[in-house]
Ligand binder design. Structure first.
Ligand SMILES: [Zn+2]
Length: 89
């Protein structure tokens, strides 16, 4: 993991933000929880995290592993909270 990259950008590496990866130093659990509790949870009916229609961040499959259907495949490039998640590089 690259430890210095995020700090000069105020803790948010640009690419991490684009792909919604947790900022350096924040645990996956805390990151997912922040999203789940964020306001607003959706904009015009679409999740502010994954931008899919019909749910808010509190019920987002990317953020709530318990809600993920068995055969669901997350879209590449979007961070997922749960087993199988990994940092790039
Ligand atoms: Zn979502």
């Amino acid at each position: 993991m690259q430890m210095n990259l995020g700090i000069q950008a105020g803790g948010w590496d640009r690419e991490r933000v684009m792909q919604k990866w947790p900022p350096v130093g924040m645990s996956n659990e805390e990151y997912a929880q922040r999203w789940r509790e964020s306001q607003p949870q959706f904009i015009q009916g679409s999740c502010v995290f994954c931008e899919r229609w019909g749910h808010g961040t509190g019920k987002c499959w990317y953020l709530v592993p318990e809600l993920q259907p068995e055969r669901w495949k997350p879209e590449a490039g979007i961070w997922v909270f749960g087993p199988g998640m990994s940092y790039p590089g």
